[in-house]
Structures are given as C-alpha cells and as structure tokens.
Write a protein that binds this ligand. Structure first.
Ligand SMILES: Cc1cc2nc3c(=O)[nH]c(=O)nc-3n(C[C@H](O)[C@H](O)[C@H](O)COP(=O)(O)O)c2cc1C
Length: 364
C-alpha cells in the first residue's frame, strides 16, 4: 500500500536509538527491492537509499526503483536519490516522489562515471559550487520533509570542499553522507577520513562516513576518529550482509557474532532466489550472481580458490555445486571479517559503466 510521502521533519531514530547510525549506500544495479530485502533478513541498516533516479526533461521515476520504495517491507526508512541538474525537472521529480512513501530526498554529488560527470551531474557538479547552490535551494524548497546530500570531497582536488559544506548549512540539509575520496580517485584509493572529520566539524547536520567501511571494527574506529553520526556501507554489505547487525553489536559493546561459511551458503541461496525473475534467463542470472559473489569471495579463502571456481560456472547447478564444495566442505570455517589481502574482486579495472556506476566494473 502506498502511503503519503515524506513530511518527516526530524531524522528517523535508528534501530537502537542513541547508537551511531548505519545506512546501506546507494548502489546502481544492487540496492533494489530484492537486495534490500535480503540485507534486512540478516540485519537491516537504519536507513536505505535507492539507486539514483535520473532527472532530465524526459525522465520519469524508474519503475524498478519505485518498487524498492513502494513494496519495501523492511520497516526501515528509504531515501530516494536523485541525479541531475535541471532545476525545473528536479522539483517536478520531488513532487512525483512525494506520492510514494519516501523518508526524504537525497542528492547525488559523487558519481564518478565520465559519461555522468561530463553532463555536469553527480560528481561533475563538485566543480561548480554555484550550480550546487541553485540545486540545493530548489530541492530544499521542493521538499516539505527531509532533504539529504551524498557527496565526495571534491572533483580532482578539494578546493571547493568548504564552500560546498557551507552550502549544506545554508540550505538546511538534514543529513550529509561523505565518501572520503575525490571523483578522480574513483573507488580504490585511500579514503581521506580526515576530510570526513572536517565535514563533521563544519556542518550542522549529522554526517555519515562512507568509503571502505569494511567491518564492524572498522565502523567503530571510523566513527571514533571522525566523530561522524554513523557510517554508510556499500560494497562490504554485498560481501557481508550481516554487517549492520554486527555494527549494532560492536556499538553496544557486545562481542560481534562470528560468521561461518555455512552462513554464507545460506546468503548465496537467499540472494539467488530473491533476484530470480521469470524474464531473466538462467545464464544471465548466474552472471549477475557472479557480480555479487566477486565481493563475497574476498572473505571465503585466502588464495581466491572460490572466486576462481565460481567465475567459471554457467548454470545454477554448477554455481551451487561450487558453493557446496567451497562453503560446505568445512561449514564451520570462519568467513573472514575483513577481505583477505590481495584477493581482488574482478574486474579490477576502474572504468565505470558507460552511463553510471555498475557492478560490471567497480570492485573492492
Ligand atoms: C556498484 C556500485 C554502484 C553505485 N551506485 C551509486 C549510486 O547509485 N549513487 C551513489 O551515490 N553512489 C553509488 N555508488 C557509490 C557508493 O554509494 C559508495 O559511495 C562507494 O561504493 C564507497 O563506499 P564503500 O567503500 O562502502 O563501497 C555505487 C558504488 C558501487 C560499488
């Protein structure tokens, strides 16, 4: 059932009020209804963000993204992320989204795909703070409820960082997520947590720290170092969907529940069933699964044997036979809390997908 759109004026409480917040990072081709449901099964984040909705003169909110809002049964708030620069159509899209049960509107100021930033949207906007000012003013005025921003720390350097942070204050942004890399640094450089700490001290709204939050221990360390209000986790929630529950454990001083390879076998099965669609041929579905498993495999074994075997499968039967061999031969063996060093999810290039961010090319 669709209920009224966001008129929230305060951020929703987290699952454990008072703890640092957790959010599943928006990820194109990943954070759809099925994936949000699977993550919630193992321990929901406090907040979800949709994949970006493209906004231009011809755009209409993409149906599959609306499903992740309308049919979301996780009970957790979902923020709808927009990417675009056309003020009229951004405002129109907010109006349309307000008919859906969103927690708020989020603006993408970070996508590093060249096809995207060359249109001066996403990360491309970080070169033009005055355009950001117009967009923030428009979205703030159009949003009766919460309005949030997700940004990188700059385009090729951080020269406009403070100016953008000041705009966040000026336009009363309710929550800021900071991925601590520039656009040009893509996905694999070191993360500049000192810049996230700087944002925390400069803006009035809560800040979520994003970038390489690999484990609950890393989340606790990053929150401690940056004084951020919480963490936003992307690729490492694909690898470990228990990570949000584990964060709640560490934040409350409990021992983090260890995971086994048998737990991972359960995850693979659940993800396969959740992402199955009648119109998706088996080999395409297996290929899609391989993209998630690229991340999962980083914690299965230190020499990448599971990844090697998994990548060669073509059918559901082969895929699960490889899973049984590698995950159930010694089912109580630990699933490593951090990725094994040197086990890289392939492809290990960083040329993002033609028109966005994609599982095809982004690795950890
Ligand atoms: C496959 C993929 C798709 C992504 N799509 C989006 C997106 O739609 N919107 C966005 O703001 N960021 C997107 N990102 C960036 C992530 O939200 C996040 O900022 C980045 O991956 C760093 O966090 P992590 O180290 O926890 O993965 C995407 C990242 C990946 C790996």
């Amino acid at each position: 059932m669709i209920v009224a759109g966001s008129t929230l004026t305060a951020l929703p409480a987290g699952i454990v009020p008072g703890q640092p917040l957790t959010a599943l990072a928006p990820m194109q081709d990943v954070t759809d209804l099925a994936f949000m449901g699977v993550v919630a099964h193992y321990g929901a984040p406090d907040y979800f963000f949709t994949e970006f909705l493209r906004v231009h003169s011809m755009s209409r909110p993409e149906k599959h993204i609306l499903r992740s809002i309308d049919e979301n049964a996780t009970g957790r708030p979902v923020f709808a992320q927009l990417i675009g620069e056309d003020l009229t159509h951004l405002a129109r899209t907010v109006d349309e989204l307000l008919r859906h049960p969103i927690a708020g509107i989020d603006l993408n100021l970070g996508c590093p795909a060249p096809k995207v930033y060359k249109k001066n949207v996403g990360g491309g906007l970080l070169r033009d703070p005055e355009k950001i000012a117009e967009i923030l003013a428009t979205l703030r005025a159009a949003s009766p409820g919460l309005f949030t921003v997700k940004m990188r720390i700059g385009f090729e350097d951080t020269r406009h960082f403070d100016r953008v942070l000041d705009l966040v204050n000026e336009h009363r942004v309710d929550l800021l997520s900071v991925h601590g890399r520039t656009v040009k640094e893509m996905y694999r450089s070191e993360v500049h947590y000192d810049y996230i700490a700087h944002a925390v001290s400069r803006v009035r709204c809560p800040v979520l720290a994003n970038g390489n939050v690999t484990s609950p221990a890393a989340a606790a360390r990053i929150v401690g170092d940056t004084r951020a209000a919480g963490v936003m986790i992307g690729r490492h929630a694909i690898r470990n969907p228990w990570i949000f529950r584990q964060c709640r454990e560490i934040f409350s001083g409990q021992t983090v529940t260890p995971l086994t390879l048998a737990n991972v076998r359960d995850y693979v099965e659940r993800l396969y069933r959740a992402t199955q669609r009648p119109d998706l041929e088996e080999r395409y579905h297996v290929n899609k699964m391989k993209k998630y498993l690229n991340f999962v495999g980083q914690s299965v074994d230190a020499d990448g044997a599971f990844l090697h075997a998994m990548r060669r499968t073509e059918t559901e039967r082969d895929l699960f036979s490889v899973c049984d061999q590698h995950l159930l031969a010694d089912p109580a063996r630990p699933f490593a809390p951090e990725p094994y060093p040197g086990v890289i999810a392939r492809p290990n290039c960083e040329t993002p997908h033609a028109d966005g961010c994609s599982l095809e090319t982004i690795t950890a």
